[in-house]
Write a protein that binds this ligand. Sequence first.
Ligand SMILES: Nc1ncnc2c1ncn2[C@@H]1O[C@H](COP(=O)(O)OP(=O)(O)OP(=O)(O)O)[C@@H](O)[C@H]1O
Length: 372
Amino acid sequence: MANQPLPSDKHIQRRYLRQIQLPGFGEAGQQSLGEARVLIVGLGGLGCAVAQYLTAAGVGNITLLDGDDIALSNLQRQILFDEASIGANKADVAKQKLQQLNSQVQITAIDRHLDLPLAETLIASADLILDCTDNFTTRYLINDVAHFYKKNWVYASVLGFAGQVASFNTRLSCFRCLYPNVSEVPNCNQAGVLGVLPGIVGNLQALMAIQMLCCEQTCNQLVRFSGNDYSLQTIGLAKSRQCLICSGQQEYFQLHSHRCDESAQPRAITASQIKTFIEQHPNAKLADIRSPAEYQEHNAGGINIPLSDFESWFAGQVSQPLILLCQTGKRCQWLLGRLPASSTARSPVVYLEGGLDALTHPTHSLHLLKAL
Ligand SMILES: Nc1ncnc2c1ncn2[C@@H]1O[C@H](COP(=O)(O)OP(=O)(O)OP(=O)(O)O)[C@@H](O)[C@H]1O
């Protein structure tokens, strides 16, 4: 869409007039939508409804993520697709359709399923995340990474004749406070669904998203809809003291480290061992694996290779001693457990135990690291 002329203020006014004229929404609301970056995970029944309304409403930047192809049995509810699109990727086709609806929205389609490295990159750069998937593994992943990056997100699900939607400001409560430990429940594939249900629930999800982008006080509510008696029930959500994530007992990279190689022994050095390590390995480099925003705010020098980029960066490096650094040491410990033992055999790769937090007092260590 790079060659699209920018719309004039008058065009924006005309296009979105019916919502701009709403008391409490106005031009400020429209501007908030136009500046927003939204990530939609899953382009099934819910995602198709959500994506259409957010595109029509003028959300400025939308990323669509789904690694699945369109099947005949999807057409009954996934209303962005038609018979000609069977076999094509859902995110790609959705992008084409949505772009016809609103050419001014920047839409990116990604033909992949959300996993940990992708979540870190996409969630860190989104203002709001919409979970339109059909599984708890992805919901917990979105929740935990969104909590870490302090991002708001909206969950929705549909089963049979019932559906629910919840909005989370992860500073106040999160999905694990609501559902601490759910193994998978049946999806549409197994339990069946009336096509209109994801349409209704997806529209509620789009409504919540628009309100969260325009005014945050609508957060932390769960809305349940019954397609049997048409009732809606709204429940306020609060933080649970037992929540693994909100209580700080666990961080996202510990909870989602399925690829972790348990046999690899992470090697740590303490702040007081830095000097010796550098004397033994004078060509050692310091790699800070925190996000670019954390690095810019405060760092101990070295190079910034964010966690999500580290493995591909590391694969392209000639072997060299490395000291990994993050805020508390936990991310480094997790990352080192993932690196194959063979890749760290020739040159040591260690991490600083306690991370930057451990360097506040031994200023001499900080000075040594800055010199690397
Ligand atoms: N981790 C993930 N990342 C991106 N998309 C996902 C992820 N997990 C699930 N999805 C997508 O969420 C969508 C859920 O859609 P929906 O519940 O309507 O069912 P479906 O999987 O398309 O079809 P059916 O259940 O009939 O086989 C699917 O398109 C699926 O590919």
